[in-house]
Write a protein that binds this ligand. Structure first.
Ligand code: SF4
Ligand code: MG
Length: 329
């Protein structure tokens, strides 16, 4: 089956020459049409860098793509390699074919323009709509993402919106051109729990309605279970496990995935319990560049883990890179 987005052996480095540090180290995954793929991992594992590489919005310098391909294939022509596409091509794609939603909605909104104008702007630029038609469509989009009294709201400024309503407005901007791929980087992390659930529900509705593909980035395995069809687990710039969500959640093969799953809060959990099943912190990106990158925190680390682990596919259908997985199959 055709992949809408096929990331192959992506490499990103910080800095240049002998002092360059690898930040993404051979990342591969693909997003199929109409499906949601989640990238999960703690902060500092390279999730956002992966998203910014796809959008070609890496801070350059210091970061740059040093290898691999990012094939984007809408199915109506040859696939485009975003890793090497020129600025003009990327400008045309961004906001139209690929749209991104960030964690903090204010970064995507301009404080000095009414919300309706900001949504309409995308339609004027990419779809050639007149101001008047664009504004009418903006009101429709606000209604679609569940903003009440959209005609009035379209005339308001971002500071007049609550955090949850702002994120809905950002989602409206992202949806304006019906992009084939929506990249959402921790879209609900900055929101309180109730609003989080509402925005996640909205994103699921959108997926069904538009049949768009979503690349959903989160640190929360619980959210992965609610949102995604497939999941990629990243640790320190590498993919350590991937597979169908049902397989990875029920039978995680990599100790890091197991730790992330153990940290999903449950309703029956005592309130005062502190969730920290994975000991230690993510080391600085690029500080461990050989062997299993997780070995400094892994409860099962062995001598052999100083060597790069093989990728093993389990009977459940997930693939994990871990010496333990090979031994047990
Ligand atoms: Fe742990 Fe070794 Fe597996 Fe890495 S390869 S996750 S250190 S057991
Ligand atoms: Mg991030």
């Amino acid at each position: 089956e055709r992949a809408l987005l096929d990331v192959q052996d992506l490499r990103v480095s910080f800095g240049e020459g002998p002092r360059a540090r690898p930040a993404l180290d051979g990342v591969s995954f693909s997003v199929r049409p109409g499906k949601t793929l989640a990238i999960v991992g703690e902060s500092g594992c390279g999730k956002s860098l992966t998203a910014l590489s796809i959008m070609r919005l890496l801070p350059t310098p210091p970061a740059r793509i040093t290898g691999g391909r990012i094939l984007f294939d809408r199915g109506d022509g040859p696939a485009l390699d975003l890793a090497s596409a020129d600025r003009r091509t990327m400008r045309r794609l961004r906001g139209k074919d690929i749209a991104m939603i960030f964690q903090e909605p204010m970064t995507a909104l301009d404080p000095v323009y009414p919300i309706g104008d900001q949504i309409g702007e995308v339609l004027v630029e990419h779809e050639g709509l007149s101001r008047k038609d664009a504004l009418a469509r903006a009101v429709e989009l606000l209604r679609l993402v569940g903003v009440p009294s959209p005609e009035e709201r379209a005339r308001q400024y971002p500071h007049e919106f609550s955090g949850g309503m702002r994120q809905r407005a950002v989602i409206a901007i992202a949806l304006a051109c019906e992009p084939a791929l929506l990249i959402a980087d921790e879209p609900t992390t900055a929101l309180d729990v109730t609003v989080q659930a509402q925005v996640l529900r909205l994103m699921r509705d959108i997926q069904q309605r538009f049949a768009s593909s979503i690349l959903f980035i989160t640190h929360d395995m619980g959210v992965v279970g609610q949102m995604a069809d497939e999941v990629v687990v990243m640790y320190l710039g590498q993919v350590v496990e991937e597979g169908p969500v049902s397989a990875v959640l029920s039978r995680p093969a990599h100790p890091y995935s197991q730790g992330l799953i153990a940290s999903i809060p449950t309703l029956d959990m005592p309130r005062d319990r502190v969730l920290q099943p994975i000991s230690g912190m993510v080391p600085p990106i690029g500080s461990i560049t050989t062997g299993c990158r997780f070995r400094t925190r892994c409860p099962h680390a062995m001598e052999i883990c100083r060597r790069d682990p093989p990728k093993v596919t389990t009977p459940a259908g997930n693939s994990a890179s871990c010496w333990l997985v090979e031994e047990s199959t």
